[in-house]
Design a protein around this ligand. Sequence first.
Ligand code: SF4
Length: 412
Amino acid sequence: MSTVLLTDKLPYCPGCTHHHVTRQTAKALEKLGVSPLDVVLVTDIGCHGIADAVFATHTVHGLHGRSTAIAAGIAMALPAGKKVVVFIGDGGATIGLQHILEAARMNVPLTVVVHNNFLYGMTGGQPSGLTPPEFKTMVAPEGTHLPHHNLCELVHEAGAAFAARVVGLGDFSSTLADAFAQDGFALVEVLEMCTSYTPKFNPDFKLRQVAEAAGYAVGSWTNPPRPPFRLQFRGGKPSLLSQLKLVARQENVGLMRRLAIVLAGSAGEGVQYAAESLARAAVSGGLHATKKGSYPVTVGVGFSAAEILLSPHPIRYHGITEPDFLVITSEDGLHWAKPKLATMRSGRVFVDASLPQLESPVPVERRDFRTPFGAKNAALLALATVAQEEAFLPEALVATFDPRAKVATPKS
Ligand code: SF4
């Protein structure tokens, strides 16, 4: 009895090659001595996807074609030593081709096992992008006469650590084990037969012959080693982020709650750049940040506004109903922000000193943002002022965008 499979009874149609791929996958993982609980199997839509119920590993069932993208997210976040395996059909691989190529290009440490039976089995036997030109299906009874993608060649060109194609007959567990052993992106394309649809339209079907006639070369292809793509903060050495967090602790700065800032100014005065600079500095300082821009379709005229959310915790919703800070640096910004200002019941409002007196339900603090370094730096100066007064970032990070730190002599 397999340690990786929960049962010997598999759920596929009699004679379907999926039986063999499932058993060979289990055998390959056993060969490597991997504990099932160190494996995450991500399945796509298709008959192969019902494998979820028979594997003793963790399993995740994805959307059609998207399983590689889901698996890539999992693989990037997991520490080395865990195995992420994708089960996908030729239909799913066609739909999600870009996901597969990007995972190969990034060298995400996972293995995609492509069940290529030349058709969409679960939905009635339609041809996919991997169907040989002469292969007959219900919707193309004379064949498609179109060349199929060469998936192994594509992922190899994209930078996959390992790509292999096997005919789904005999023992190919060593090839699967070679793929699973990679610390990088691997793909194994298994050529298969769907016993429910293939013989109906291709009565003389012989898997090896069809594969050969279609130019489906078997073999394996490798690229020179390069580092796998993982989230960098999981490294063993202290990261830049942890060093910045240390600086923040030493300077006794930080943020204990979610802080919502709305910045309103004029197009061409660096509002979006200022908001992005603050958000980037916050992320560098270990905070979570979102930034959203609003401006007219004609980007270069009228108002420009930005909403920035900062939090010590992950931000699940980036809407701002009432800001903690409303910062207005120009006439255009004031015009845009007036309705928001009218509904504020708390929070602080900073308005440039050049603007007219305002009626407001909360106190308005008048500051000179536009004069010291010019209108183009008003938004940067305004956000640097907020950061300094709220003391949620180390000085060194505020200095990365504060014009006072960059311009030695202010304008007179
Ligand atoms: S429909 Fe085809 S691919 Fe699906 S389980 Fe049956 S034989 Fe296999």
